[in-house]
Design a protein around this ligand. Structure first.
Ligand code: NOJ
Ligand code: CA
Length: 549
């Protein structure tokens, strides 16, 4: 896997595995690395040529592995270092790259560095963000992303530490040269083991102010105030990423995807234009709360058009609709009911027709949907519980609070992968760590494998089309205005006198077609199952079509 990434980066289709929920190989109810190894033939047949695995390193699991207590060992429930090395090797044997998740904005509070840092007088005392109490309380009024104060008091040290995420995720102090040294050497160590790249977690917040001041943003229901504006995308953060690039990413030929909180196009450019020498691609993080209730067509057009414009001169795009932090795309942007299948296909066709690197989140290729648990006790994600608590605090009834969780829960994406219609969806022979979605008997890989018109086969066709159609990789992108901006989305891809046209009706009502469509066989259509031809001048609900013009 030595060839320079410039030669293959733009050919990647990346599949995100959330190891805990993908495949359990030993019946303990928790997905594991050997489960991923078992399913490599499935992934290869799907056509993806790279995997990104969410964290499986040693961790107490407060945030399902995004709280790491040892970066260079495997959490036993996920397997062993031998299993991990075998996975890297087997991916390479199958011509697939493998990316790991690099979570270095914070560690776990059970990381030995933090345990040492908690008493002032040792070599690690400066590894985290420690501040004295102010008038006997927290240094500032800042809220943690997961609720409550962003500060936690440690009596042994007589100081507070800062945690942007949970109390068990203390933020590292990137001003400390030893932190940088330790993290960079860990990254090099994985690269030497053959890892092909990193998805880099929560990048935007590496740099913290030397002097913390109270936030003036509106308070959360618990009284603490968000303070993103004071720690987002600071020049020192870019300096750290640039150093990562010069010292590790480039020398080790790593492909990198930064998870960034972008307030402006300029932020995105700063992380993902190649001349900046930071990341190859960026995943802009948008909290699901900000997208609930928006019209899907307007949202998609706005998001992908502005990203395209921001990066078209010297950048490259990470294309995704789903990941482990978002509700399932069919549920939030498509239709879970009558038009489940065409809507799953229409969203896929929209995304894979765009310029950039498509990401497929596990189960998306089956059209997996949200799982609406009827009790808060069935939710496992700490953030879902925080959302619930916060809604109760703001005066909602338990039922209303549960409905609030249904809208934004990260657990929608974390229910077990639906492999078969059998017991526990074929994910485990034991009791799964989180409930299987009730629709597993209808939506599962086994059944979809047998049906050439399934969502799964549609993804195979899409990925295969991307391999043989250079226009999808290289063509320019232009969105087309229509008189139905809440229903229709359309764009054209062009290069060297050839062009592709995409149009979709992303609504559950038929929509008139506002301009003449090519009178040819489409390359792909989301209504492929329907034998009768399209009514003249109309697009049926969730009908999406791609032609060569
Ligand atoms: C972003 C990750 O995707 C999310 O799952 C996690 O909770 C936070 N960063 C903190 O690491
Ligand atoms: Ca297991």
């Amino acid at each position: 896997m030595q060839a320079n990434k410039k030669d293959w980066l733009r050919d990647l289709v990346i599949y995100q595995v959330y190891p805990r929920s993908f495949m359990d190989s030993n019946g303990d109810g928790i997905g594991d690395l050997n489960g991923v190894r078992q399913k490599l033939p499935y992934l290869q047949e799907l056509g993806v040529n790279a995997l990104w695995l969410s964290p499986f390193f040693c961790s107490p699991g407060d945030d399902n592995g995004y709280d790491i207590s040892d970066y260079q060992n495997i959490q036993p429930e996920f397997g062993t270092m031998e299993d991990c090395e075998a996975l890297i090797r087997e991916c390479h044997q199958r011509g697939m790259r493998i990316l790991f998740d690099l979570v270095v904005n914070h560690t776990s509070d059970e990381h030995p560095w933090f345990l040492e840092s908690s008493s002032r007088d040792n070599g690690k005392s400066d590894y985290y963000i420690w501040r004295d109490p102010v008038d006997g309380h927290e240094p500032t009024n800042w809220a943690s992303v997961f609720g409550g104060s962003a500060w936690e008091y440690v009596p042994a040290r007589g100081q507070y530490y800062f945690h942007l995420f949970s109390r068990k995720q203390p933020d590292l102090n990137w001003r400390c040269p030893d932190v940088k040294k330790a993290i960079f050497s860990m990254m090099a160590w994985w690269a030497q083991k053959g890892v092909d790249g990193f998805r880099v977690d929560a990048v935007s917040h590496y740099s913290k102010p030397e002097v913390f001041v109270d936030s003036t943003l509106p308070p959360m229901p618990d009284g603490y105030r968000p303070a993103f504006d004071q720690i987002c995308n600071k020049p020192e953060t870019h300096a750290i990423v640039h150093a990562m690039n010069r010292e590790i990413f480039t020398p080790y030929n790593l492909v990198t995807v930064g998870e960034v909180a972008c307030e402006t196009d300029q932020d995105l450019q700063n992380y993902a234009l190649s001349q900046r020498e930071e990341f190859d691609m960026a995943i802009p993080f948008v909290p699901p709360q900000m997208e609930v209730g928006l019209n899907p067509v307007e949202l998609l057009r706005h998001r992908f058009e502005s990203q395209y414009e921001a990066l078209k001169d010297g950048g490259w795009w990470a294309l995704f609709l789903s990941n482990h932090d978002k509700p399932r795309q069919v549920s939030s942007l498509g239709d879970e009911g009558t038009y489940w299948e065409p809507s799953a296909k229409a969203l896929a066709l929209f995304l894979h027709g765009l310029p950039g690197t498509p990401f497929v989140y596990e189960g998306e290729e089956l059209g997996m949907t949200n799982a609406y648990f009827s009790s808060i006790d069935d939710y496992r994600d700490l953030d879902s519980h925080n959302v619930y608590r916060s809604l109760l605090l703001s005066g909602k009834t338990p039922e209303e609070a549960l409905h609030g969780v249904w809208q934004v829960s990260r657990d929608h994406a974390r229910t077990p992968m639906q492999w078969t219609s059998g017991n526990q969806a074929g994910f485990t022979t034991g009791t799964p760590w989180i409930r299987v979605n009730e629709n597993a008997s209808r939506i599962n890989a086994e059944q979809e494998q047998k049906d050439p018109l399934s969502v799964l086969h549609f993804y195979k066709k899409l990925i295969a089309l991307r391999r043989r159609e250079p226009l999808l990789k290289e063509g320019t992108l232009e969105f087309i205005d229509t008189p139905y901006p809440k229903q229709l989305i359309a764009y054209r891809r062009q290069k060297g006198g050839r062009s592709l046209l995409f149009i979709a009706n992303l609504s559950d009502k038929a929509c008139p077609v506002p301009f003449p469509l090519p009178d040819k066989e489409p390359l792909l259509t989301s209504w492929e199952r329907e034998q009768s031809s399209r009514p003249a001048g109309q697009l049926r609900p969730y009908e999406a079509i791609l032609w060569e013009e």
